[in-house]
Write a protein that binds this ligand. Structure first.
Ligand code: NOJ
Length: 749
């Protein structure tokens, strides 16, 4: 049943359509739209609700037939025939699985990430899904937190670029589509709004305390970037932010999202995050929770039932105005309208799109670009020229079709994964001097048994090189999978140490959902590749890099030496007492040393403050030489300093980079800035731009970035008695710029 046949070509048509529909809805029908259900939970109870128009969205239903069956109940049997919208946790691919988002961030290639999102939308929409619960854009500085896998790392600027890329990929699909007139294929849902990732001690769902200016400088910009890219929805976070859970947070949901950003995106709760206000200790019961949530404009309730159970009563009691409900329903209808669901509610029941050649090729490319070379004593790329070359493939992750897909892969199918073992076997068919030996040594990442060590060591002695595939099973990262110890689990490090004693060259390949503290393992390997959980085509991607394709990934997070350094991130403040160079370490302190004798600097006695690998780090099969950073084409007059005046902005910052080796390769020059003085202390480095450029061997390229006054601004706060005011401004100050291969190499001191 069509609801309205008016033409819908512009905004006012949209408003007219929505106003007309809203005017014909009963209060129960409006509240029904605010209800999002997983029909697999209590199907019998929920299907009648759909027929009565009391469900706005379903999720976790996959398959055109099943989505259409439920859609017919809504469109043909409910009074007003308002279509449902089918949602799903589509996080890093649908059937074809791309690397986990943290791995995608390691590509530093938003274009590829956008393409992966577009192909993901093709697959997901072909089975009826029009709303993806991603991207997760929570800036994360703590690798203990399992959800670092789902985001784009520790940096606000890099995360913002990736956030916008995913939104464009899902939503701005100009290609021919089978889902009707709307040019928007699948709505993005940017999550988790906001401050979720700063959870105390990296424990999921835990409290976060974030000062307003830090919230605005670090955590909110990726959400803003996604909103500016047109994101159609956002999801509330589970955590209490400064004591107030997001589903009840008027400041986030109304002051910032609506009044400052002027966003008309739909705001959905996380799973039961509204009813969670009771265990949070904010509300005495669920009815009060419903009141707090509607007052904070949480618009749709995911699987919590609090709106369904209590909103009508709250309206009757005069505690909630019907106009508040209308505002929420407007957002919901708007999203459905813009997706073309009123015109085209059904999905064609054709063969679903999955594993196209294009998607598999892209999955291989993006996984290849996500691999970060952390160490290379010359063993990589493998020298495959000798007449026989024996390769031992070992480690628990070498042949794990499911584990390499990573977290959140409800629809990924391990039988389509190409593992490293399989890919290397395929490669072997093209090069008959290679002999592969396979001894996993450990059955799975947490395996502590040493029973197969002897066999594996014997095989190692027969080999010319050892490829050790280490890491974490998929279940060890993602939601609620936090770790207090982030070393390689099980007996992996012990096996690696034994193999190291054979004296054979070892390539360590780590397939994991987070940065791991692998200092000791790196020392036991001749080369190290960090491959994250690379998805369906992880095996071919790793093989491409092992056999000669120059790696181009760069770390999206700082790698700590020890868990005790966490949170360790590059854009920290300097403190008034920065670490001594060289630092004072525990074994340097004489026995009986007097209190003042070793000084006072900000540092850990076991490991100082340096990371194992800095943010932005990554090697390749060539070397790059960076020229001096120039400002407006000139070398800075003194010591890289730039006295900033208004008439110098915007300015250009440039640098020449020469490929000084013999191999063509991509480089990722990164622009960092440091403000040397000003109204507030500022970070020692902040990323303000990056490019991924191809530089043939022996050639030089110049990269140029433009910096505006706004790029140098940050949030200020002034306290006046009980009042406090925040504002965004750029200080008149001295800034230093450095175009560098990683944050650790930035010359900003
Ligand atoms: C909880 C997670 O926090 C969120 O990211 C996810 O989208 C929802 N559950 C739905 O599964």
């Amino acid at each position: 049943m069509a609801v309205c046949s008016c033409s819908k070509n512009n905004k006012s048509d949209e408003d007219r359509f929505i106003d007309d529909l809203l005017s014909r809805m009963t209060l129960e029908e409006k509240i029904g739209q605010m209800n999002q259900l997983d029909p697999e939970w209590d199907a019998e109870l929920k299907e009648p609700l759909i027929r009565e128009g009391k469900v706005g969205s379903i999720f976790n239903i996959v398959g055109a037939k099943e989505v259409n069956r439920l859609q017919r109940m809504a469109v043909e049997e409910s009074r007003l025939g308002i279509p449902l919208i089918a949602a799903r946790d589509v996080i890093h691919g649908f059937r074809t699985i791309y690397p986990i988002p943290l791995g995608q961030a390691a590509t530093w290639n938003p274009e590829l990430v956008e393409q992966a999102a577009a192909l993901t939308a093709d697959e997901a929409t072909s089975v009826g899904i029009r709303w993806a619960f991603s991207p997760m854009v929570d800036v994360a500085r703590d690798p203990r937190w399992g959800r670092v896998a789902e985001g784009y790392g520790e940096d606000t600027y890099l995360t913002s670029q990736m956030a916008a890329a995913v939104v464009r990929g899902y939503q701005n699909d100009n290609r021919q589509s089978s889902i009707g007139q709307s040019s928007i294929k699948m709505a993005a849902c940017v999550k988790h709004f906001a401050g979720y990732s700063a959870s105390e001690s990296g424990r999921d769902y835990n409290t976060t305390w974030i000062p307003e200016v830090q919230l605005r400088d670090v955590y909110l910009p990726p959400f803003k970037a996604a909103v500016d890219a047109g994101a159609m929805s956002l999801m509330c976070s589970f955590n209490a932010l400064n004591g107030l859970p997001s589903s009840a947070n008027k400041h986030l949901n109304i002051d910032i999202l609506r009044n400052e950003w002027h966003s008309d995106a739909l705001l959905v709760s996380d799973w039961g995050s509204g009813s969670d206000l009771v265990p949070h200790g904010l509300c005495a019961d669920k009815k009060e929770a419903a009141l707090r949530c509607i007052n904070a404009r949480m618009e749709m309730d995911m699987q919590g039932n609090i709106y369904y159970d209590y909103l009508a009563e709250l309206v009757q009691e005069g505690k909630v105005k019907e106009s508040q409900i209308d505002d929420c329903v407007r957002s919901i209808l708007r999203m459905k309208y813009r997706l073309g669901l009123f015109e085209n509610p059904y999905v064609p029941e054709e063969e679903p799109v999955a594993y196209t050649d294009e998607a598999l090729a892209l999955a291989s490319d993006i996984a290849t670009e996500s691999i970060v070379l952390l160490k290379n004593d010359g063993v990589l790329p493998l020298n495959l020229k000798p007449s026989t070359f024996n390769i031992l493939i070992t480690g628990p992750m070498a042949d794990q079709p499911r584990e390499q897909l990573g977290t959140w892969i409800f629809d990924g199918e391990p039988e389509h994964s190409v593992t490293p073992l399989e890919a290397l076997k395929q490669y072997q068919t093209t090069s008959n001097n290679i002999k592969l030996l396979f001894e996993p040594g450990l059955a799975y990442s947490r395996d502590k048994s040493t029973a197969n060590f002897a066999k594996t060591i014997a095989a190692a002695r027969q080999s010319d090189v050892i490829l050790f595939f280490a890491g974490e099973e998929a279940i060890l990262s993602g939601e609620a999978r936090c770790r207090a110890d982030i070393t390689l689990p099980g007996a992996q490090s012990a096996l690696l140490a034994e193999l190291h004693k054979t004296g054979k060259p070892i390539v360590l390949i780590v397939m994991a959902g987070r940065p791991l503290a692998i200092g000791a393992d790196v020392a036991n390997a001749d080369a190290v590749l960090y491959a994250f959980h690379g998805g369906t085509m992880a095996g071919p991607a790793i093989t491409r890099v092992l056999t000669g394709e120059a790696p181009s990934g760069r770390l999206p997070m700082t790698f700590p030496k020890m868990v005790g350094q966490i949170p360790l991130y590059y854009n920290r403040l300097n403190t008034g007492r920065p670490t001594y160079d060289p630092p004072v370490l525990i074994d340097d302190i004489p026995v009986g040393a007097k209190q003042f004798s070793v000084g006072y600097s900000s540092c850990w006695l076991e490991t100082a403050t340096e990371p194992l690998f800095p943010f932005g780090y990554g090697l390749t099969y060539t070397t790059f030489e960076y020229g001096e950073t120039k400002v407006n084409g000139q070398l800075p007059m003194t010591n890289d300093q730039l006295p900033m005046t208004n008439d110098q902005l915007p300015m250009t910052i440039s640098c020449s980079i020469t490929n000084t080796g013999n191999v063509d390769a991509y480089d990722v020059p990164q622009l960092y800035v440091r403000q040397m003085s000003g109204d507030f202390a500022r970070p020692i480095a902040e990323l303000k731009g990056f490019q991924k450029i191809f530089i043939p061997a022996g050639e030089t390229r110049t990269v140029t970035y433009t910096i505006s006054r706004e790029d140098l601004g940050y949030w200020h706060e002034e306290k006046d008695g009980f009042n406090s005011r925040v504002w965004f401004a750029t200080d008149e100050a001295e800034f230093r710029f450095s175009i560098a291969p990683n944050a650790g190499a930035a010359q900003l001191r």
